[in-house]
Design a binder for this molecule. Structure first.
Ligand SMILES: NC(=O)c1ccc[n+]([C@@H]2O[C@H](COP(=O)([O-])OP(=O)(O)OC[C@H]3O[C@@H](n4cnc5c(N)ncnc54)[C@H](OP(=O)(O)O)[C@@H]3O)[C@@H](O)[C@H]2O)c1
Length: 343
């Protein structure tokens, strides 16, 4: 079968189209014929640095965590899925360097496989794994907030989603709207403002404006219940000016940051503010499964979708051009980068 592989670490040029043996699923595993593979920043960061799973040596790696396709074989003892089931995948390559989705077939434990609801396409399945589950976690970590999402779960809450034109930002806006929150978002340009509006944000603000704090306070005079943060280092000084007492900051990114976040002691102390860091890799299987159930519910009722009309333009590449797809993501493509594996 055709697969994109790399050894060691490096830029997009280390990715090459190769032939790999078809693996058979062992007990508790299924094999999935991949239709679409989704690219996220984590995929090229892992390729550049070796990432969490220690696959940065000479071991062969198949990139990309997200994907969707059809179950093609099941291993012994698997009762959850049958051949022909349509599925989407969670963290496919985590602790499994050759199970990435940039290949025609991948073998995964059933814990990483989620049924794709009827009527939901493979593009959605491949686009929503990391972004939507990150969004779900971010929206369920507030001190007095819900741990599950559904209509009404966030009613009465006012939430700022930083970076509303980003892939995670887009999913966060859509899920927060579905759950009944009042949603503010911050963007840098007119084009991104339009995308954030299409995602469903009630208020779209410029984070580049000198009036940003005042603009938020006009909408939320008592402060925000939750900030979902993509640029923690850059924005940390703003948080105490924006949060309500006992408000929460869910930190999933430090975009354009230095890797160090400076927090003001006094203002955060007096607010009883809560910082919750999150990374999907170690969030725990129970949280991932719960998030996937809620994401499927949002997909089913049409409250979570992709495409330009929902604020998430698509950028498609054939499998052979995976290096170009990675390059696009790395260069800040606005929207979602997808790879057609079995078009
Ligand atoms: N912790 C996790 O589990 C997890 C999961 C998914 C993603 N991430 C990380 O989160 C980051 C975003 O991922 P993504 O897929 O959403 O990327 P993306 O689609 O490239 O979006 C990033 C967005 O962040 C915005 N941004 C950057 N600095 C900002 C600031 N100071 N204030 C407001 N917005 C700002 C950008 O907008 P402008 O260009 O307009 O500034 C852009 O729209 C990446 O670093 C990724 O690795 C972490």
């Amino acid at each position: 079968m055709r697969a994109i592989t790399y050894r060691g670490t490096g830029g997009p040029d280390v990715l090459s189209l190769t032939e790999r043996e078809l693996d058979e699923p062992a007990a508790g595993q299924v094999r999935v014929r991949v239709a679409v593979s989704g690219v996220n920043p984590t995929d090229w960061k892992r390729r550049r640095t070796g990432g969490l799973s220690g696959d940065g040596g000479s071991e062969v790696t198949v990139p990309n965590q997200d994907g969707a396709g059809v179950v093609d074989a099941v291993g012994p003892g698997v009762s959850e899925f049958s051949v022909g089931d349509r599925v989407w995948l969670i963290l496919a390559a985590y602790h499994a360097p050759t199970s990435g989705t940039a290949q025609e077939y991948t073998v995964l434990p059933v814990e990483k496989v989620i049924a794709l609801p009827d009527g939901v396409g493979f593009d959605e399945g491949a686009a929503l794994g990391i972004p939507a589950l990150t969004a779900h976690r971010a929206l369920t970590v507030a001190e007095d907030g819900p741990t599950r999402l559904g209509p009404g779960a966030l009613a009465g809450r006012t939430i700022l989603v930083t970076g509303g034109a980003g892939a995670v930002g887009n999913a966060t806006i859509q899920l927060a709207r579905w759950a009944g929150a009042t949603v503010l978002t911050s963007v840098s340009t007119d084009d991104k403002a339009e995308l954030a509006r299409r995602a469903g944000a009630h208020y779209v603000l410029r984070y580049t404006s000198d009036d940003f704090v005042a603009d938020v306070r006009k909408i939320a005079p008592d402060g925000l219940d939750l900030i979902v943060e993509v640029a923690a280092g850059t924005n940390a000084a703003l948080h105490p000016q924006l949060l309500r007492t006992r408000g929460t900051v869910a930190v999933y990114g430090d975009d354009r940051g230095t890797g160090t976040i400076a927090l003001e002691f006094g203002p955060n102390l007096w607010l009883n503010s809560r910082y919750q860091f999150l990374v999907l890799y170690t969030v725990g299987t129970d949280k991932l499964r719960a998030g996937a159930e809620d994401v499927n519910a949002a997909l089913k009722d049409g409250s979570l979708a992709i495409g330009p009309e929902r604020g998430l333009p698509l950028h498609r590449y054939p499998l052979a051009d995976t290096a170009e797809a990675h390059r696009a993501s790395e260069n800040g493509a606005v929207g979602k980068v997808l790879i057609d594996v079995h078009p």
